[in-house]
Design a protein around this ligand. Structure first.
Ligand code: HEM
Length: 151
């Protein structure tokens, strides 16, 4: 009688490795980028740049971009631990990466060419990114609640 494939069949293992690699690539690169962004903000304090320090909306948007970018990069690295235990999490991982990039991109770009009280139109990237994050987490949470086959 034909044997059932083992849970870690070579194809599944290769797919898992690919998914983990994508998370590692995004997570480490984005964390580096947003830490460098934090250093840049610190530099703007050092030189007392008036177009940053005195422009309250721009400063708030850039701090939000820096903080969300760094935290969402860490969330993508958390997926490296989630994926081996919940391979279905790989399905929405693209949305987790794009969401993690678009949310801070909207904040950062929204603070360029903005008015006194309104961000520039680029802020639209933030809710689009948020929707992608909701999709990724909803899909993963659903998979986590599903009863394992044979369980
Ligand atoms: C995982 C890493 C990091 C996370 C999650 C993070 C998060 C945050 C958060 C939440 C804020 C807002 C704080 C507030 O307004 O109360 C902030 C502000 C700031 N961060 Fe980071 N940060 C990280 C790394 C860094 C690094 C490495 C630097 C630079 C050496 C840095 C520089 C700054 C500066 C200068 C501000 C204040 C900007 C301003 O108010 O004008 N951050 N960060």
């Amino acid at each position: 009688m034909a044997q059932k494939p083992a849970p870690t069949a070579p194809a599944a293992q290769a797919a898992l490795e690919t998914a983990i690699r994508a998370q590692l690539r995004y997570g480490t690169s984005a964390l580096l980028l947003f830490l460098l962004g934090g250093l840049s903000l610190e530099f703007l304090h050092l030189i007392k740049a008036p177009w940053y320090l005195d422009h309250h909306l721009r400063r708030e948007l850039w701090v939000l971009g820096h903080a969300h970018g760094a935290l969402l990069a860490l969330l993508n690295l958390v997926w490296v631990v989630v994926l081996p235990r919940l391979p279905a999490a790989a399905r929405g991982a693209w949305a987790l990466r794009w969401g993690a990039a678009l949310v801070p991109a909207g904040f950062l770009l929204g603070g360029i060419g903005n008015g006194e009280s309104d961000p520039s139109l680029a802020i639209i990237a933030t809710p689009i990114g948020a929707a992608l994050l909701v999709f990724a987490l909803f899909d993963t949470a659903r998979a986590a609640w599903r009863r394992p086959a044979g369980g």
